[in-house]
Design a binder for this molecule. Structure first.
Ligand code: SAH
Ligand code: SF4
Length: 346
């Protein structure tokens, strides 16, 4: 049976016509699902009873169930542990900022890429999430969004468990539902895709016309260090990755963000900083650097760069005209910060 949560408006309209129902029934159903948050077809009272019966016969409306909710001491971060129908667990995080909400979505259970500093990587790959399991994470967070001016407005970052571009088709379908006017209706500019450097995925986004914010987990400025931290680098070398970034920028001229986890004596030396500045000027595209303080996870003997080093990097990059931010870590006390998501296993 098809999961109705995976269908675009056009697809649902086609299904309606196929069932001899009316095309506009598709909009009504989507309003029930995405505006009134209906949990079953039976409550869709403005649909003919016969159509509700058909919907029950041919579709399911299945979302992952919230198993556990953890709220950070500061109350601004909520981590959700969600259980899919086969029992697999995934995590997502809602971050409340002063003027917006951000939902950090997982795209896979576990991850196959095994980055040296990442808890998700250390648990290995379980499976891809379906599009409904991805958008289901948004449904879980909606009730916890503050009401008022910013209610219902949220940004999405694909920075949870897994590599979105390695689950490309489901990621694309989920993003389609997020941007669909009759579904969540958020603008593509509110969506950020973070990738460890899956070059064909970046090329697919160009081919498919997906103009999202591109964030690249760079973490090292030469292939030797990057091979160790982000092993996918052995397949897609830095040069190829930068070429793909430049192509993406030519297609979508919003700045590309380079994420850089600051790990003491591994990637935070003065020479690394010089090389980063050189690479950026050589690239000739608009980009930003987002420095991420290393979060401790139960693996490897890495430690975080000192605050002094992080400040020096930020100041130097800014002096060189590079837009640079230091990620404010949210939810470290509930293991909800970058690299800490491991399906309730850490
Ligand atoms: N797979 C994608 C999406 C995950 S985003 C990607 O790798 O980009 C999660 C971000 O947190 C990535 O930039 C990742 O490299 C970073 N990260 C991993 N482990 C971390 C840690 N221990 N501390 C801080 N950031 C970490
Ligand atoms: Fe996977 Fe991203 Fe973690 Fe690397 S950093 S293991 S790609 S989730």
């Amino acid at each position: 049976m098809k999961n109705i949560l995976e269908l675009s408006k056009a697809e649902l309209e086609k299904e309606m016509t196929g069932m001899s129902a009316k095309k506009f029934n598709a909009s009504q159903i989507m309003e029930w699902i995405y505006i009134k948050h209906a949990g079953s077809f039976d409550v869709m009272s403005n649909l003919p009873l016969s159509l509700r019966e058909l919907l029950n016969k041919y579709f399911v409306m299945e979302k992952p169930r919230v198993e556990q909710k953890l709220v950070s001491a500061s109350k601004d971060t909520i981590k959700y542990l969600l259980k899919c129908s086969d029992g697999i667990l995934v995590e997502s995080v809602l971050m409340k900022h002063i003027d917006r909400h951000t939902i950090c979505l997982s795209s896979q259970a576990g991850c196959a890429y095994g980055c040296a500093m990442c808890a998700t990587g250390s648990m290995g790959f379980k499976r891809n999430l379906s599009a409904a399991e991805i958008t289901g994470q948004v449904f879980a967070a909606l009730p916890d969004m503050d009401s008022g001016e910013y209610s219902g407005k949220f940004n999405v970052v694909f920075m949870g468990m897994g590599e979105p571009l390695a689950n490309y088709d489901n990621f694309k379908k989920a993003a389609g539902v997020l941007t669909e006017k009759k579904a969540f209706g958020i603008s593509a500019r509110r969506i950020t895709v973070s990738t460890c450097g899956v070059v064909p995925g970046i090329e697919n986004m160009i081919r498919d016309g997906l103009r999202f914010n591109l964030s690249v987990s760079l973490h090292a400025v030469n292939d030797r260090v990057r091979d160790m931290l982000v092993p996918v680098n052995k397949k897609y070398r830095l040069e190829k990755l930068f070429t793909a970034c430049a192509k993406y920028f030519a297609f979508n001229p919003d700045p590309v963000t380079f994420e850089y986890v600051m790990i003491k004596s591994v990637n935070d030396r003065e020479d690394d900083l010089k090389e980063l500045i050189y690479i950026i000027s050589d690239l000739k595209i608009d980009c930003k650097v987002n420095l991420i303080p290393y979060n401790r996870v139960n693996i490897k003997e890495f430690s975080a760069s000192s605050q002094k080093t992080i400040d020096l990097w930020r100041e130097t990059l800014e002096k060189e005209g590079v837009i640079c931010s230091v990620r404010r870590e949210m939810g470290a006390d509930i293991n909800a910060a970058c690299g800490q998501l491991a399906g309730g296993m850490v």
